[in-house]
Design a protein around this ligand. Structure first.
Ligand code: HAM
Length: 414
């Protein structure tokens, strides 16, 4: 079926587009509340950028090809390597720490399943140039508030927080060579998502101590301080420490976190952490800056919103508000069309949202269209000219005004 979209790719019809924009608007609003600035990178990058540091899983999922100039390129599967590249290039132009956010579309050749598509949108929020734990805490608070902005509560989601250093200390203690750390971290990351025997096989001798540690739940001073600080902000109920969180991406170095729905019905809503070495590695050591961030996807978040009636009603109400127009112009007599169009132009110039029938249409159908468009006022051009019949669509009240008063009338009432 050549007329269908490719598997894992969505068409956004107006309703879906409105829901997506609702999500984007909340994301922007809250990121700005935290003083983050918006930026954007290109959707296509050199494949090498991801091979260098994202980790095997993402490289397997690349949408990549050779372009007409024989360059190996890939549609971006994530933003972090681009951010590291851009920061390394422009580092001197900005005072640190940078607090940047970005909303864009990403592409991963994944097996299509619930919550996983081949394209999705992400909000990325990153802080560059701050090594203090205060930045990690601020980021977790931001991530929590982003979801609270959709009226989601501590009953709906939880931020699970861990520290990769906890595991790297553990591996160092067990004399595991550094080159093999990534392999072990990936195996621990998969614990719970694949059969226990498979994880045990990958961990070899370390299987028992790892399983014991996961069961007893590790803790650290750093994680304790983080939770204390979040408690001070009144956000304690939204977070929990879970050292089983390791994250699949290879570049993380410290605090990492993932957000899940409480019912554990869906995949992760968001994930991120500290990646203090990535900028240095991508710039071959020319720029070295600590960094941390997270990304929240639109797919799982959208599903969670739909799942909770109070939360989805708030979204639908907000969308209805955004979709409505101010004035529907009813052209009852075709001789008045030119007069109506002249005034429509003036109303639109003043910023009113105005619609009208493009071709001759029965008056009843026009009122129906006014209602469907959620117009506040219907203005009728007909036998009453040079006066206009005005109908308040909410109350049904009608009246007559001289046509030259329409702009002022609308300005006073809308
Ligand atoms: P990630 O965990 O790979 O992190 O993705 C972040 C979020 O994007 C996931 O929690 C999920 O909601 C969504 N997501 C990922 N892949 C898909 C997919 N195929 N379909 C639908 N949604 C998806 C990163 O990408 C890191 N770069 C985040 C980061 C920013 N770390 C530091 N700064």
């Amino acid at each position: 079926m050549p007329m269908r979209s490719l598997p894992g790719f969505r068409d956004f019809l107006p309703d879906e587009c409105a829901r997506r924009n609702y999500i984007f608007a909340r994301w922007r609003e809250v990121a700005r509340r935290y003083g983050f600035l918006e930026w954007e990178g290109p959707p296509l990058e050199a494949t090498e950028l991801y091979k260098k540091k994202s980790g095997a899983e993402i490289v397997d999922q690349l949408f990549n090809f050779t372009d007409k100039g024989d360059r190996e390129v890939a549609l971006r599967p994530e933003l972090t390597p681009t951010l590291a590249r851009v920061v390394a290039m422009h580092e001197r132009e900005f005072k640190k720490p940078l607090k940047w956010f970005s909303i864009g579309q990403f592409f991963r050749y994944e097996k299509q399943q619930r919550g996983r598509l081949r394209e999705h949108f992400q909000l990325n929020c990153d802080i560059i140039g701050e090594k203090d734990l205060a930045a990690d805490i601020e980021l977790v608070a931001l991530c929590t508030d982003l979801l609270r902005a959709f009226a989601l509560t501590e009953k709906d989601f939880v931020v699970r927080i861990s520290d990769r250093e906890f595991w790297t200390d553990f591996l160092r203690e067990k004399d595991v060579p550094v080159e093999r750390w990534d392999e072990f971290l990936q195996a621990i990351d998969k614990f719970g998502r694949e059969p226990r025997e498979k994880t045990a096989e990958k961990l070899g001798k370390l299987a028992d101590p790892v399983f014991t540690t996961l069961k007893s739940g590790g803790n650290s001073e750093k994680l304790g301080k983080l939770v204390d600080d979040l408690s001070g902000r009144g956000l304690a109920d939204f977070v929990s420490i879970d050292i089983g969180i390791v994250r699949g991406l290879a570049y993380y170095t410290g605090i990492v976190f993932e957000v899940f729905d409480r019912a554990r019905k869906f995949r992760a809503i968001a994930g991120g952490g500290r990646y203090d070495n990535l900028i240095g590695q991508l710039s071959d050591g020319t720029v070295s800056l600590p960094a941390l961030g997270f990304a929240m996807g639109d797919v799982v978040l959208g599903e969670l919103i739909q799942e909770i009636p109070q939360v989805s009603q708030i979204m639908e109400k907000s969308i209805a508000k955004v979709r409505r127009i101010d004035i529907y112009v009813v052209i009852a007599k075709e001789e008045r069309r030119a007069d109506a169009l002249k005034q429509i132009q003036q109303l639109r110039d003043r910023g009113f949202l105005v619609d009208y029938p493009l071709t001759p249409t029965k008056v009843a159908r026009q009122f129906q269209a006014a209602e469907e468009a959620g117009a506040s006022l219907a203005v009728l051009y007909g036998d009453e000219w040079p006066r206009l019949k005005i109908k308040n669509m909410a109350t049904g009240q009608q009246g007559l005004i001289p046509q030259e008063n329409l702009n002022d009338y609308a300005a006073a009432r809308l």
